[in-house]
Design a protein around this ligand. Structure first.
Ligand code: MN
Ligand code: MN
Length: 326
């Protein structure tokens, strides 16, 4: 373990009250990506305030702000593993990726450009969406030198082909595009929690044909979390693996503030258990998407979201620390 860098610590909650001051992700220092200090960052927490891929109820463009606000309640040390990610690696809030809210294709390029710059600096991204389309421009950066694996928590496959005729870039299509473009290895991809009334079945059929493993919610409940996560670990193996977490994977009784809720989901505790089971994998980035503040007036869904982000941060930090020490 490397000595902790005091420049990269969250503001202590016992020094400044957690409701005071300006909200950054987990009270970390905010750094501009092109600043000299940013180059020392190991894990960059980034907002992607874009929901131009949303086909029905919008709002996740406002996610990063509300997630930052609620994240000020996060403390430093994981209750089960004892991991303090801020002691393991340098974490910082790198602000929001640039977007153009009235130009979808330009936004995808702007987002990819930002993540390419992070990759060039060796920074592992933990992203806060944004709708689920944002995972696609992120994967264009992370998968640029070869397809990566993915563990994907969601009620939906997001493997559709096109919406409203031939619109190919929506929050229901990111992973189909990523597989088609060689960014994602379908045989190292598993989707967990899938459910809900379908338009039709072609998204499932296409994904299964590519070799994607789909664990529908019934199977998750029948087999239980440990068995499914053991299989997930086998599927991604030791290769580079991305984690994408759609808040609508969690049952809407815990996380109603999202555009496309589906009843019959896993609990917030099962979500924690599943993310904890990623410890030791070769994780190269993660995202938490689809929190929609207009549908989340209490902030309760954003709180679930940042709690999952902390779980993701802990497993990313141990992965990054293991790479640094090897
Ligand atoms: Mn999704
Ligand atoms: Mn979804």
């Amino acid at each position: 373990m490397k000595p902790k860098d005091t420049e990269f610590q969250p503001i202590p909650g016992m020094k400044t009250a957690r409701f005071a001051g300006m909200p950054t992700f987990m009270r970390l220092p905010h750094l501009e990506l092109d600043s000299p200090r940013a180059a020392k960052t190991d894990i960059g927490i980034v907002g992607v305030p874009f929901d131009g891929g949303t086909s029905n109820r919008p709002g996740p463009r406002h996610g990063p702000r509300q997630l930052r606000d609620l994240s000020t309640m996060i403390r430093t040390t994981h209750p089960r593993s004892g991991v303090n990610p801020f002691a393991l690696v340098n974490c910082a809030d790198l602000g929001d990726a640039p977007v153009n809210p009235i130009d979808l294709m330009q936004s995808l390029d702007l987002i990819t450009g930002f993540y390419n710059e992070m990759s060039d600096k060796g920074i592992v991204p933990l992203s806060a969406g944004g709708d689920h389309l944002i995972s696609y421009p992120i994967l264009r950066a992370l998968g640029r030198e070869g397809a990566v694996g993915m563990i994907h928590f969601d009620a939906h496959t997001d493997m559709n082909d096109a919406y409203f005729g031939d619109s190919k870039y929506t929050h229901g299509t990111p992973f189909r595009r990523a597989i088609e473009q060689g960014l994602l290895d379908p045989e190292r991809t598993i989707q967990i929690g899938i459910r809900g009334v379908k338009y039709e079945t072609s998204d499932f059929d296409w994904a299964l044909d590519q070799g994607v493993r789909i664990v529908e919610i019934e199977e998750l409940f029948e087999r239980g979390v440990p068995s499914v996560m053991e299989e997930a670990r086998e599927i991604v193996g030791g290769g580079e693996t991305y984690v994408s977490f759609d808040i609508d994977g969690i049952d809407p009784s815990f996380a109603p503030g999202t555009g496309t809720p589906e009843i019959g989901g896993f609990t917030s505790f099962q979500a924690q258990q599943m993310v904890r089971a990623l410890d030791g994998l070769n994780l190269i980035g993660a995202d938490l998407v689809e929190v929609s503040p207009p549908f989340d007036p209490s902030g309760g869904t954003a709180w679930v979201g940042v709690s999952i982000m902390f779980e993701l941060l802990c497993v990313l930090a141990t992965a990054q620390n293991a790479r640094a020490c090897s």
